[in-house]
Design a protein around this ligand. Sequence first.
Ligand code: GRF
Length: 217
Amino acid sequence: MPGKTCNVVVLLSGSGSNLQALIDSSQGADSPLRVGAVISNRADAYGLERARAAGIDTAVLEHTGFAGREAFDAALMALIDGFNPDLVVLAGFMRILSGGFVRHYQGRLLNIHPSLLPKYKGLHTHQRALEAGDTEHGCSVHFVTEELDGGPLVVQAVVPVAATDTAQTLAQRVHLQEHQIYPLAVRWFAEGRLCLGEHGALLDGQPLPASGHLIRS
Ligand code: GRF
């Protein structure tokens, strides 16, 4: 998207520390992106306060008021599209999205997941990595497809697991890496360097490896 500021809409359900990292990284006058709006399915999400503090538009759409997933997702799409996003960023949005939603934002929908995908899709990823005795854990940014936590990988950060780690200490270190790789991936997209090709994610026109761009700390 060279020359044009990339308008990013963020969806979240909770604390929003990844939103904060995105806001912080998009502050400069020369930033290729701006967070145009933050939408939550929970009115009490702390991420909404972070957005308000940064002067960003917010909206709440509670899923409890809808008959089913399709109806909620249709209303959510209408709300999102009202902000004219170039990119939609899932940052701890605790909803499974319908196929229609995912297809509508194909190639402009990113997610972050706290594991080295394809390992540990779903919940409790840190505990599962510890129980498996993994020596490495981490986080992944990927394009969203209809397979849950399964779309083409963009970037992964690898975090070594210490013998003394608990799920909490590991989660903290993984979170720090999330705050590095999500702004990086979003910036690549905003600069027009990252896109979803027919066979996977492309960076600067070149296919990324199946693991995405790998960062080791
Ligand atoms: C992160 O662990 C992210 O990987 C997952 O949801 C969590 C959101 O954390 N998808 P925060 O709300 O950004 O602090």
